[in-house]
Ligand binder design. Sequence first.
Ligand SMILES: Cc1ncc(COP(=O)(O)O)c(C=O)c1O
Length: 405
Amino acid sequence: MQETTLTRGNLEETQEAYQKHIMATYARFPVVFERGEGPYLWSTNGRRYLDFLAGIAVNAVGHCHPRVVEAIQKQAACLIHVSNLYHISQQAELAQTLCRLSGMEKAFFANSGAEANEAAIKIARKLGRSIREDKTALVGAEGSFHGRTLGTLSLTGQEKYQKPYEPLVPDCSIVPWNDIGALETAVSGRTCAIVLEPIQGEGGVRPADPEYLQAARELADRHEALLIFDEVQTGCGRTGTFFAFQGYGVTPDILTVAKAMGGGFPIGGCLARGRAAEVFQPGDHGTTYGGGPLACAAALAALKVIEQEGLVDNARKMGRLLEEELRSLNPPCGVREVRGKGLMLAMVLEQPVARDVLNAAFEEGLLINAIGTDVLRFLPPLIIGEDHISECLELLKKAFARTGA
Ligand SMILES: Cc1ncc(COP(=O)(O)O)c(C=O)c1O
C-alpha cells in the first residue's frame, strides 16, 4: 500500500485530498486552521481570524480554554473510554450539574445534538404509546433545525433538508412558526410531543414569541403531550440566561443540549423531568460512546468556566452592545432588522448580498455565517469583551466596503 504524502497544514494538498477522498457535504472556505486561542484562530499560513461564529455556537468558552485543555489532558492520561455497562463518575457529576442548572431531573448523554434530540423523540414515542396506542404524533415548526438523522430531520421544518430523504419518519407534522392557531389545530390527543427551539438558529435566528411558548406549554398539558425544547444552539449561556427557556419562563418536560456543553469536545445531552425522566429502562436506548469519561470531563470543565467566569452575564451585556453596534451600521445595502438574544444575533439585509458580505468578511479576517441570501449570523464566544466587538465592527465595515454592498 502506498503511504500518504500529504503535508499536514498545506492548504493546496489538503484541498486536493478533499476533492478526491472527502464526501462533498460542505462548501468549505479555502483555509486550514492550526491554532486557536480565545476568540481567535490562526491559519497555517499565519493569518489571524476573529471568530464570531465559534464553531457554530460550540466554542462558547473560546478556543482551547486552558481549564478545558487541562481537564482533557488529565482525563486522557488516565481513562479515555469505558462502556456504559459500568458506572462513570464524571457522567454522574455532569448530570448533577446540568440538573442543578436546568431544574431537570435526569439526563441521558449522547455525542451530538441530533442524538440528544433522537433520545427526546424516543422518550416521547414510548411514553405516548404507554398512554394510548396511537399517541405517536410529533409536531415541529417551520424553519426549525433539529439535526441530520432521519428522526430529527422529520421534525426539521425545512424542505431543502427533508426532500431528498423522503419518506421520513411517519406521524411528524410541521406547523408555521409563532402561529398559535396553527399549533392549536395540529395538537390533539394523538400528539406525544411538541418540539421547538426557543430561538430558531439555523432557521435565521428567529426568537419564539413568549405567548407562543406559553401556548405550546398549555396545549401540551391539555393533551397530555410532552413539550420538548431543543436548546442545542441556545443553551449554556448563549442567550443571556443559562438556558433560553429560563428567559421565557416556560419550562419544558425535555431539554436537549449539545454544542457549547463540551467546550469543543463532542457531547450531547437529553435532560428530562417528571414522567419523561422515568421512561427509559435498561435496554430501551443506548450509545457506545455517549457520556464517556473524556467527554464528560471536558463538559464539566466547560460548564465550570461558564459559571465561574460569569459568561452568562457577559453574553447578556456583550449581546446588548453587539446588537446596538450592528444596528448603528448603515451599509448601502440597507439593514431590515437586527434580531436575536444575548450573543445569538442576526443582521437581516435588505438585499440578497449576505454571501458576498460573508466572503468579504473572511477575506478581512472575520468569521461569521450567512443564512439564506439575506441573513448574517453572529455567534461569538461568550468570553468576548468590548474590544472584540469594536474589532468585529471595523472588519465588518471593511467587508461591506469591499463588496460595495
Ligand atoms: C437547534 C439545533 N438542534 C440540533 C442540531 C444538530 O446538532 P448536531 O450537529 O450536533 O447533531 C443543531 C445544529 O446546528 C441545532 O442548531
